[in-house]
Design a protein around this ligand. Structure first.
Ligand code: C5P
Length: 402
């Protein structure tokens, strides 16, 4: 669970994107967080406090006065609600509420508690804007956004696209799963802030003819998890991915390739600007030289086609050999003697660290047990989900960079 023990206050203002927050309130609890919902007057025109109470399992605060004021011993819900909160998220956040945040207006419970939240130790404020494209583009809104950014408010989105009003453009609130991913990322330590990290992931596919080829069972899960973990840690991440149905982690630049040579070209085009290179991809060792431009026919008399092979470039070794190149980390999928083989691979490829794992884990599993092998020795990471392992690998990379 990625938000274990986190206490969130989710403030809702008046926008149709409120329906997405119903889902978000569930999902953050699935990740181990507890949620208090606070609603503005206008938010209640879109979903009811009863809905949000049922979804959050907690009373919903709508008013400084009346029942909420009476429920809190000191009659000051605007203070109490955020004092033990790990973050305050405003979603959906209207243009009007952004203007109130920018100017410190406090004319209802939600705006008052936003103004009254602690700055040290901080109760961070995250804002998920939701508004019509013209409202978003209006210079007044852009001015207010610059102000709240300068005040340290974290903006989540907005996205561009079709809007409920029928117009198209920036101002769409992020989807619940995107907000969840950004929220989880927000709480991760920024161990790789502003570092440029280049990662390969997935299998490669080496064509034989227009419809056939040679590939492997790599799922790409570990490489994609590492891209996500590096981005969570504040890195600028480029992911060079072989054929994979996985969705791109938020905030990650993805370059899709098919063959090992395409992967090599994509990596070499960027590696001199990267601080870190992690080769997770299961790159095909060989490619077919005599590929056929036409689909090969089954000709039983002639027997199977005689394929000729040529070695693919070793991308990891090539990056490790670059003068002044990035810190390089390789993976080693082994079926036996995982540590000894990993150590040998680290020496042979001259990389800073090898992440050695069982070959069967490296393929489709959601979990892995890995060994981190660097100049300092060997560290075993017990079996855990790949995202958890990826975060530990990111921490080890940050230590190597330090
Ligand atoms: O030599 P082997 O394939 O076992 O090494 C695995 C490591 O080398 C992985 O990090 C993999 O991404 C990388 N590799 C590569 N280019 C190749 C073969 C492997 O970058 N052609």
């Amino acid at each position: 669970m990625n938000l274990q023990g986190k206490r969130l206050v989710i403030g809702m203002t008046g926008g149709i994107a409120a329906y997405k927050v119903c889902e978000l309130v569930r999902r953050v609890q699935d990740e181990g967080a507890t949620v208090r919902v606070v609603m503005s007057r206008a938010a209640q025109e879109f979903v009811t406090p009863t809905t949000m109470q049922a979804l959050s399992g907690q009373p919903v605060a709508t008013d400084q006065w009346g029942a909420e004021g009476a429920r809190v011993a000191n009659a000051m819900p605007h203070i109490d609600l955020t004092r033990d909160a790990d973050a305050l998220l405003i979603a959906p956040c209207t243009a009007n509420f952004i203007a109130k945040l920018a100017h410190g207006l406090a004319d209802d419970l939600l705006s008052t508690l936003a103004l009254a939240r602690r700055l040290a130790p901080p109760c961070p404020l995250l804002v998920a804007p939701a508004m019509n494209v013209e409202m978003w583009n209006n210079p007044a809104t852009q001015r207010n956004l610059a102000t709240i950014r300068g005040d340290g408010v974290e903006l989540l989105g907005p996205a561009s696209g079709n809007q409920a009003c029928g117009e198209t453009g920036a101002g769409r609130m992020l989807e619940p799963h995107e907000l969840l991913e950004d929220l989880i990322a927000f709480f991760q330590p920024k161990l790789l802030a502003e570092r440029r990290v280049l990662i390969t992931a997935g299998p490669t596919f080496e064509p034989i003819d227009p419809v056939r080829g040679i590939s492997n069972l790599s799922s790409g899960k570990m490489g994609f998890a590492l891209a996500r973990a590096a981005r969570e840690a504040g890195a600028r991440v480029t992911l060079v991915a072989g054929p994979s149905g996985l969705s791109t982690p938020r905030g990650v630049r993805r370059i899709d390739v098919v063959t090992a040579r395409e992967m090599y070209d994509a990596v070499m085009g960027y590696a001199n600007r990267a601080d870190v290179f992690v080769g997770v991809a299961a790159v095909a060792d060989w490619r077919v030289v005599n590929t056929s431009p036409r689909k090969l026919k089954k000709n039983a008399d002639a027997g199977p086609p005689a394929l000729q092979f040529e070695a693919n470039p070793d991308i990891l070794a090539a990056v490790a050999a670059m003068p002044g190149g990035p810190l390089t980390v390789g993976f080693a999928a082994e079926s036996e003697n995982v540590v000894a083989n990993g150590q040998a691979k680290r020496a042979a490829k001259r990389v800073a660290m090898i992440v050695a794992n069982q070959a069967q884990d490296a393929l489709a599993s959601d979990e892995a047990e890995v060994h981190l092998i660097d100049a300092g020795g060997v560290r075993a990471l017990p079996r855990a989900p790949k995202l958890a392992q990826a975060r530990q690998i990111v921490a080890a990379i940050a230590q190597l960079l330090a």
